[in-house]
Ligand binder design. Structure first.
Ligand code: GLA
Length: 389
């Protein structure tokens, strides 16, 4: 992303605004393992990529926000006290963040903004969290008095924006990653306690590479929310069996609990919970394996996650299963769907000496079957939300 260019677009679109501009950036994310565990109080293992969203912002002297999306060539404006907000999704993220920051005590005044990004949309790399985090960070920086809000408040403002203004009942992984990301490190987050630690990640002899299927089958909202509801149904069944126990999420449930509520839950809900319980254990197994530099074990766990996401959680699709099969056939160490599912990327842990052959094979075979060229993204772990200028 190019900040001088974005600033020149700003100067062109908002020629009447002569205030100083500030430039902010927030990245998309990868997740090594721990999928659909965040809203179940489990562990996740994300890191941020170099690709993200950049925004040029300057206060104006109007009680209004004027926003231009360079990528979509779309413009919207709204009053600061507007309670409906704009219709187009990309602006609803900005509007939602503005409202959430106001609720957290930031006195947001009128501003103009131009934003753009290089994180692919619908790829499971959290372009929307990057957009939310960019504005949460930027608007806090511009309008705070004193300390402003904490980084965790920025994360929660982003999540609340998804819940209230977009309709996706997401967890906290994506916004957390985008705000807290650190160059060269993955982060293991306990989504229940919100404690986390940075894990330097530079595997010798391996590369992390995303293969973007370039398909997105369903609208993110409803099937995602259905999965979350299934998990909550199982929690409710366990609570009804053990009213004296503190059971808030599937994090608090054991395999034994799951066995005991078999007759109280639908087969589908049980299947979803089976995946989540397994995934909780897999994140911890991957952390242990990383400490031992045992990348074969990391890869084995990644394949198990793919299988669970595909068969039990049912968030895969034909194209992603195909990409996973090719990775396996090529002897790739680990491969799985990344993010919410229903399309987007696979994340692959590939030995250096296998890399060229894998990329060539996966490209040819995917093109041959679907007539789509998959996009290859080599992962470079970059920094989280920041001010560029
Ligand atoms: C989406 C959500 C996250 C998380 C992942 C699946 O990216 O926004 O909160 O649930 O799906 O792990």
């Amino acid at each position: 992303m190019d900040s001088p260019f974005l600033k020149s677009v700003f100067a062109d679109k908002f020629a009447d605004n002569t205030n100083d501009v500030s430039v902010y950036a927030s990245p998309g994310r990868i997740n090594l393992i721990g999928e659909h565990t965040d809203y179940n109080g489990g562990f996740v293992f994300p890191g941020t990529v170099e690709q993200g969203i950049m925004a040029v912002i300057a206060p104006n002297s109007l009680d209004r926000v004027r926003a231009y999306s360079l990528d979509l060539d779309d413009y919207a404006q709204w009053e600061l006290n507007d309670t409906e907000g704009p219709a187009a999704t990309c602006f609803r993220f900005v509007y939602g963040i503005m409202r959430e920051l106001k609720e957290r005590g930031i006195d947001i005044k009128g501003f103009d903004t131009v934003f753009a990004g290089d994180v692919p949309l619908g790829a499971g790399m959290s372009s929307s969290a990057a957009l939310e985090s960019c504005f949460a960070f930027g608007l806090n920086d511009l309008f705070k008095q004193g300390e402003g809000i904490s980084k965790w408040d920025m994360v929660l403002a982003g999540q609340a924006t998804e819940h209230k203004y977009i309709g996706t009942n997401c967890g906290i992984m994506d916004q957390f990653a985008s705000v807290f990301g650190k160059k060269g490190s993955l982060m293991r987050l306990d989504c229940r306690s919100r404690e986390f630690e940075y894990f330097p990640f530079a595997p010798q002899g391996y590369k992390l590479v995303l293969v973007n299927s370039c398909v997105k089958h369903e609208l993110a909202g409803s099937p995602y929310n259905d999965r979350r509801r299934s998990c909550e149904n199982v929690v409710k069944a366990i609570q009804s069996l053990y009213p004296d126990r503190q059971v808030e999420t599937l994090r608090d449930c054991t395999w034994d609990d799951l066995n005991k509520v078999k007759s109280l839950c639908t087969q589908e809900d049980l299947q979803r919970a089976t995946f989540v319980l397994g995934e909780k254990d897999r994140v911890l197994a991957v952390c242990d394996a990383l400490i031992r530099n045992d990348y074969e074990e990391v890869g084995r766990q990644m394949y198990l996650t793919h299988n669970g996401l595909s068969k039990d959680y049912e968030v895969s699709c034909e194209e992603l299963d195909f990409l996973n099969d090719i990775a396996k056939a090529c002897g790739v160490t680990g491969s799985r769907i990344m993010g919410g599912g229903f399309g987007g990327c696979t994340i692959n842990l590939v030995k250096d000496d296998m890399y060229d052959c894998f990329i060539q094979t996966v490209t040819e075979k995917y093109e041959g079957k679907y007539h789509i060229t998959p996009k290859i993204i080599n992962v470079v772990i970059g920094d989280g939300s920041r001010k560029i200028q």
